[in-house]
Design a protein around this ligand. Structure first.
Ligand code: NDP
Length: 449
């Protein structure tokens, strides 16, 4: 576990303070294990209480979200915003609407977001928010009333120089539109920079929708090139999920010459040995919010299987988990290795459990952690903020080129950091250390710890 007594004390305080926040503990421990390699060389961290500050959010807001359903009944959900760290820029991070949302999940996501945002090289701090509201099965009018009520409280805590939320699971273009509309009404001002992921007609950026999935493939391609002198061309790829990240990761992997053979949702997965037809998936998922099962009903030669974890029994060269946290455990990781995969890159946040990551690394697979691999979404959100500030918009090609260059830069940054720490190619350590150093330098320089 941890060698440094200082880090042991910090971790034990995190666990004692919030014993039920398992996902948060998991995210903190992974980062502290990386910091263990450098902490002895930095006595100023302990002297200034740097790491104690780093693991404690600057502010956590929780609030009631009452809304009226289509039967006229009042429903009450809980809303959250975890404003974790603003040392290098305004808080930035998505909103998640899903019944499993709680403080542990949002603190883990907000904590990861600090490091991810730092890695983009852009001036954005870390945050995350959301609600235990489930948009699935709700009418558009119900989702609109929920979003309006959510923003009626959230608006006090956000602003283009304070905190800029975006989408995440359950929060796509529709929800961002309703949230933005309510903010504009309350404030009587069109402040485009208060949210990202906006529609193109009211301040959104071209390529933001595609950015997380495309960015995942850009970073993976650079990793394959530099560490294995290889590429996506001719590779078989399995991608979990069939939401925003999964769909556009599939699109880019195919454009780079790979064959994507499986996708999933929380109910089950489809396997199409001939290669997934993405236009059918888009029609199902983006067209009418259908279930992935429908794909097998529409495409001859494909099959549907209940249970979303089974997707990882399908052999592949490259695995891109793009659904949710902790979907790949040790046993699943062993299956992926046994089936001959060469690389795993995390599109979702923390989809691999720590034991699973160890299995991949010990077997010599390339492994790209989420905070680097899926940073393309937030990086493009920051580019959306830039365009909003300039009152100007770049073309799709301009944004996509910036995204590609950011992802390639992130790969080299974390690879070099792994080398500097004496663990060349361990991109988990590289991402944690490179992300951490920039934020902590800013914290120390500002005397805020
Ligand atoms: P979406 O809501 O668009 O899609 C999520 C997908 O994952 C759906 O297919 C969903 O299936 C599946 N899923 C959700 N929860 C579970 C679960 N508990 N078990 C199994 N499957 C599940 O979300 P995104 O694509 O935007 O996000 C996916 C992941 O990527 C998340 O971890 C998110 O934090 C991360 N991410 C997203 C970014 C973005 O720009 N959107 C940026 C960076 C990270 P179903 O429809 O059945 O719920």
């Amino acid at each position: 576990m941890l060698n440094s007594e200082y880090l042991q004390r910090v971790y034990s305080q995190v666990v004692t303070r919030d014993p039920d926040q398992k996902e948060f503990h998991q995210a903190v421990l992974e980062v502290l294990e990386s910091l263990d390699l450098i902490v002895d060389k930095h006595p100023e961290y302990e002297a200034n209480g740097v790491i104690e500050s780093f693991v404690e959010p600057e502010r956590v807001v929780t609030f009631r979200v009452p809304w009226v359903d289509d039967q006229g009944k009042v429903q009450v959900n809980r809303g959250y915003r975890v404003q974790f760290n603003s040392a290098i820029g305004p808080y930035k991070g998505g909103l998640r609407f899903h019944p499993t949302v709680n403080l542990s999940i949002l603190k883990f996501l907000g904590f990861e977001q600090i490091l991810k945002n730092s890695l983009t090289g852009l001036p954005i701090g870390g945050a995350k928010g959301g609600s235990d509201f489930d948009p699935k099965g709700k009418s558009d009018a119900e989702v609109m009333r929920f979003c309006q009520s959510f923003m009626t409280e959230l608006y006090r805590h956000i602003g283009q120089f304070t905190d800029v939320p975006a989408g995440d699971i359950g929060v796509g273009a529709r929800e961002i539109g309703y949230l933005f509309g309510q903010y504009r009404r309350i404030r009587d001002a069109h402040e485009a920079g208060i949210l990202t992921g906006k529609g193109l007609t009211y301040g959104g950026s071209l390529a933001r929708t595609e950015a997380t999935g495309y960015g995942l493939c850009y970073l993976t391609a650079e990793m394959l090139k530099c560490m294995k002198n290889d590429s996506f061309a001719g590779k078989t790829v399995v991608i979990s999920g069939s939401g925003n990240v999964a769909i556009f990761a599939a699109e880019k992997a195919m454009a780079l010459g790979a064959k994507v053979v499986a996708l999933s949702d929380s109910n089950g997965f489809v396997h199409d040995p001939n290669g997934i037809q993405l236009d059918v998936v888009k029609d199902i998922k983006l067209g009418h919010r259908g279930r992935i099962k429908e794909y097998a009903e529409r495409v001859a030669g494909s099959t549907y299987t209940e249970g979303f974890r089974g997707i990882w029994t399908i052999p592949c060269d490259i695995a891109l988990p793009c659904a949710t946290q902790n979907e790949i455990d040790e046993d699943i990781a062993k299956t992926i290795v046994k089936n001959g995969a060469m690389a795993v890159a995390e599109g979702a946040n923390m989809p691999c459990r720590p034991e699973a990551i160890r299995v991949f690394q010990e077997a010599g697979l390339l492994f790209a952690p989420a905070k680097a691999a899926n940073a393309g979404g937030v990086a493009t959100s920051a580019l959306e903020m830039c365009q909003n500030s300039m009152r100007y918009s770049w073309t799709f090609e301009e944004v996509d080129a910036k995204l590609k260059s950011i992802m390639e830069h992130i790969f080299h940054n974390i690879y070099d950091a792994s080398k500097d720490c004496g663990v060349t190619g361990d991109l988990v350590v590289g991402a944690n250390i490179a992300g951490f150093k920039k934020v902590v330098d800013a914290m120390l320089a500002q005397g805020i710890v």
